[in-house]
Design a protein around this ligand. Sequence first.
Ligand code: GLC
Length: 730
Amino acid sequence: MKSKQQYIKLYISAFLLFSIHINAQKSNDSIEKKIDSILSQLTLKEKVDLCHAQSKFSTKGVSRLGIPEIWMADGPHGVRAEISWDSWNHAGWTNDSITAFPALTCLASTFSPDLARQYGFSLGEEARYREKDVLLGPGVNIYRTPLNGRNFEYMGEDPYLASVMAVPYIKGVQENGVAACVKHYALNNQEHWRSLINVELSDRALHEIYLPAFRASVQEAGVWSIMGAYNKVRGQYATHNELLNNKILKDDWNFDGVVISDWSAAHSTMESALYGLDIEMGTGTDGLGLNKENHYDYYYLANPFLEKLKKGEIPESIVNDKARRILRLMFRTNMNSSRPLGRVNNQEHIEVAYKVATEGIVLLKNEEQFFPIQDNRSLTIAVIGENATRSMTAGGGSSELKPKFEISPLDGIKKRFKNAAILHTMGYESGPSEYSRVVPGKLNADSLKIKAIDVAQKADIVLFIGGLNKSNSQDCEGDDRKEFGLPFNQDILINDIYEVNKNLGIILVSGNAIDMPWLSKTKGLMQCWYLGSVAGNAIADVITGEVNPSGKLPFTFPKHLKDNSAHYFGEMSYPGDGVNQYYKDDILVGYRWHETKKIESLFAFGYGGSYTNFELSNIGINKKSYQRDEVIEISCDVKNVGKIEGAEVVQVYIGKPNSKIERAKKELKGFTKVFLQKGKTKTVKISIDISKLKYYDTELSAWNFESGKYDIYVGNASNNISKKKIVNIK
Ligand code: GLC
């Protein structure tokens, strides 16, 4: 029974919320009226000019009316260095260094929506200070194959996790008056043949796996722009696609923002005009071209568009809608006089980057308590591997960064271990980070290996710091990895090191699952992602126990590539035949596949170790049966039964046995992260809105609910369930 004071508080907060909503509505109405007024003053040419690039990363305003240009910048992990007006070269500015935040795969591994909000806000502040109106991120494409070159830029294999982490990130960015641009819409799940491959898939896979993060970005985060992908979907280019843009995005989801093409992803004036593209970017990468005419005027949504409008082949309502959306974006950004000023390279941002890095690192193996490593004078540590010193903010494609500083793993280890002797050698060399080709290293591989074995023999423990890097055919945009294993003969080097020193720990700096033939030979194993400016500090603090690791894998590590659902169905499933590919794995992606088909993984989605241990108990559910408009309340006691503080992620998966349709055995539908001092217990509560348990009914072409029994799995990894409860939903 609520007290009188509680009722009064409820009333006041309800009134405040109502008045905020009314004020927001009033300001929206006034903006729409201003847009109406501006539209009535624009010439047809000025409206068309709004719809395409004037340079590599900007579009025209309307100078005679004082309407500003729109300036865009990559990327999802930090604000990219200034690019020149009319080429992909850096502009060579000296004031565009920034904070490099950890890659989004690391952010997803934190399972912390609160950190996602801090990340987005900090990144948005830096974009604002760099006077960018649109930040080209986050990337939310689903991790379907471990070979995808851009998985490191995305949020893993699960649509619920990607949605829950993308929404606060976008809200944080946009609090600065900077538009986020969620990308790449949609089904850009590989880089190989990205500009032409046509993806064919079922409606259920489309709506249940590949669209949810975009839908949440639109309907829950209110994202102001979205980037059309390069590939085709069901025969039409994604960036001007009648189903994706007109039907789903702008009609069903009621998106009121701007569709921006990926760079040179537009291929037709009529389709760009009629199928939902609002701003065309990057079509002529040499913009000013060789001819005298300004190449940008030749864009599909430039003069050809204007001509068709003048001839009446395209109704003026089409360009009016595009112009309205673009002006609306401006009133939210560069014509919003009350937006903040932004900041860059400040301590708060560095601390956010550090928190995300340390909370995202995943402890995969820790035999004989290899980690944490205690610093002492009698200890000699051999740090071997190119990734101990290689810059990982460079390369990778458009998400490359120019940080004000970047602390390498070796820097961090040397700083943290004040007493131990640190030996270092490269061990192997991969060559410079190149986008479109592999450039071999210059050093002699044999002599590097001999040196590595010599150093390993002299040490008490070996830290091998390897993995992938941000170069062509690794974790890099433009193409996919060519092999599932580690490149540059790292596997052989690891085995050779093991032969001379069994006290081996491996730190993987990478953004993808890899093959691990040496797994039994390493005592410790950390998945350390691309961690940005403070990488070395974060790694050093986690391996020494300053910070207890709490990251959980956002994607599955399969034992063999063929165990992965995309590869299981052969070439037409991945990578396709150069024209088409068929997502034959359908709704069973990642752990959904492994759990349903009972294919054991090497490391499971949601898995991550700790230097302490947790016990989940007293798992309860508020009712045994529900109506479909209710909420399932799950409670669980979490106890830290170890010797140091740490954090655990309680995960709730839901499945429907004996369903009338095909379903994954379990799907992530809720999680919460809890920090606990040693010996402490906390009861956590996770609510699941039953409306979120609908499936996409292909007969109705709509979301539908199947009543009956549901399995509720509560655990700390997709393959580690403490308790299963059964409920009935009418
Ligand atoms: C690239 C990427 C996209 C990026 C854009 C601008 O091709 O696909 O993510 O934002 O072009 O660099």
